[in-house]
Design a protein around this ligand. Structure first.
Ligand code: HEC
Length: 135
């Protein structure tokens, strides 16, 4: 009888643990799909957002946090950092405002806001300006 009681307690404990483990893994997945090195910067960003702005990230910061994962090496055909041949045709066709809008909305394999959900429109624009700087 005692063993049975113990077993059912263990089962209950395991159920609780399993539920928690699932929550954890959702968080873990959210963490995993963020670009590397993002955790600290993202914390700082949401702190400044919570404080009512005034702490906008530079374009380079946003790029390094959210965009480098794809735009660094041209993953999935993403136009690469400061490579004119990748960016110029897009700028010719749509202009800065056009590619900015597509970055906000997402286009093909480009996710909306490049996965930077907490980035402001202006921070996304700054990241684009950084990516096309000097081309
Ligand atoms: C998951 C990979 C991925 C991430 C992360 C990502 N991009 Fe992209 N991006 C792409 C791909 C792929 C394209 C090319 C889409 C196409 O034209 O088919 C693209 C295209 C773009 C374009 C050109 C849009 C146009 O109209 O031609 C801009 C601007 C852009 N990304 C900005 C950003 C910014 C800013 C970030 C970070 C905040 C970012 N991207 C993060 C994959 C990514």
């Amino acid at each position: 009888m005692k063993v049975k009681t113990w077993l059912s307690m263990m089962a209950a404990a395991l159920t609780v643990f399993a539920v928690q483990a699932q929550d954890m893994s959702e968080e873990a997945i959210a963490e995993r799909i963020k670009p590397m090195g993002d955790v600290h910067v993202a914390g700082a960003a949401s702190e400044s957002a919570a404080a009512g702005g005034g702490g906008a990230m530079s374009g380079e910061d946003v790029y390094n946090q959210a965009c480098v994962a794809c735009h660094g090496a041209g993953v999935l055909g993403a136009p690469k950092l400061q490579v004119a041949a990748d960016w110029q045709p897009r700028l010719d066709e749509r202009g800065l405002d056009g590619i900015w809008q597509n970055a906000l909305d997402g286009i093909n394999a480009m996710p909306p806001r490049g996965t930077c959900g907490q980035c402001s429109d202006d921070e996304i624009k700054a990241a684009i300006e950084y990516m096309i700087e000097g081309i």
